[in-house]
Design a protein around this ligand. Sequence first.
Ligand code: CMC
Length: 429
Amino acid sequence: MSETARLQLGDQHIDLAVITGTENERALDISQLRNTTGLITLDEGYVNTGSTSSAITYLDGEKGILRYRGYAIEEIAEHCDFVETSYLLMYGELPNAEQLHDFRMSLRRHTMLHEDIKSFYSGFPRDAHPMASLSAVVSALSTFYQDSLDPRDPRQVEISTHRLMAKLPTIAAFSHKKSIGQPFFYPRNDLTYCENFLNMMFAVPTEPHEIDPDFVDAVNLLLIVHADHEQNCSTSTVRMVGSSDANLFASIAAGICALWGPLHGGANQACVEMLEQIIADGGDIGKYVDMAKDKNSGFRLMGFGHRVYKNYDPRARIIKGVCDRLLAKMQRVDPLFDVAKELEEVALKDPYFVERKLYPNVDFYSGVVYRALGIPVPMFTVLFAMGRLPGWIAHWLEMHSSPNKRIHRPRQVYTGSRTRKFIPVEKRA
Ligand code: CMC
């Protein structure tokens, strides 16, 4: 017999089915609650609310486990590149050799932007934040590719997803080139996904550019560890916008905006800026730890803490390893990395952080790697967006293929004024 939970409301008893996921996560099914009782549930910040069931990513925040489609992130990071990881997320299975080849070829064929898109960049101020131009240009793709906007046509959807995967690095690199006043560097389809991105970022027409394979590996790994993270703020945004049947480009543009905030993807920029500030301020780590503990300071340790992870974020561990390898290979000492490691050590021994289970998250070390690669600080969150794109797409596809798909429309408990009599402007105090 299936398990139920009983809710008592005055004289009324309501039985709520207990839904169990494949990893034994349990949830109360309240889908009929309002119909049967007139009540809704209230859960600010959705801390206890499952918005959907999903077969894409599993994470156990207590144990520090992250799996894409059942495969451990550590294994994916070791054996796959970002394109293969993207296929896994989007199509649900690891590709065979032919499927992978076809997917790579398709992404290579779609890397160029329509020439008219370049004029958008002339309109943006040179100091525009690249996350703003990224979301604007992604949204504008729906004006250029009107032949593939129908979310109910599987072929159109597939073309849109490949176009977006292929073009996002080009859009990102163009933003960077615009910000430094260099000519746009066109994609090269003989290069791999990450080689092509680095080439568009750093090549100039006046001299040959060599792409460092260790840089390519580092970008690959960073994109992989960011590729999906179940129902986070930006992914939920993509699902929310997509639930109205808005096209893929519009849905992803909204996700990019959600990612930009410093409590989400923007934390990687905020974290590096915090580390720079600590160094500029004489490197007094204790002072910043104390500030983070003082609720009146308004200061938090950026790159620390997570809604779901109450253990070491497995992504942070992988990125810390990349940091170590990259800096050793470059024979470079980055004071930021040293401060980050010291800060982690101090915080992890401090009862405030221990009691609240606050550990370094994915953003704590990623900025140090981006710096080592020569990627400017405002571009950090753009790289997060490039990494998260296949996850957003996978969730958008999963939502559309669900027989339970409905427009997302939460309810509220109204706390404003009761009915008031209208006062004409001349009579208002
Ligand atoms: N520094 C100091 N105190 C913190 C921090 C922090 N970074 N994070 C949480 N706390 C405290 C918080 O003040 C609260 O204390 P108390 O129980 O005494 O009121 C407690 O820990 C629980 O925090 P919360 O704000 O209720 O937790 P949340 O789940 O709502 O927020 C978070 C999660 C990630 C927004 C938050 O930890 C934070 O602001 N971290 C810094 C920003 C950051 O690094 N964000 C990147 C997240 S990982 C990338 C991604 O997936 O987006």
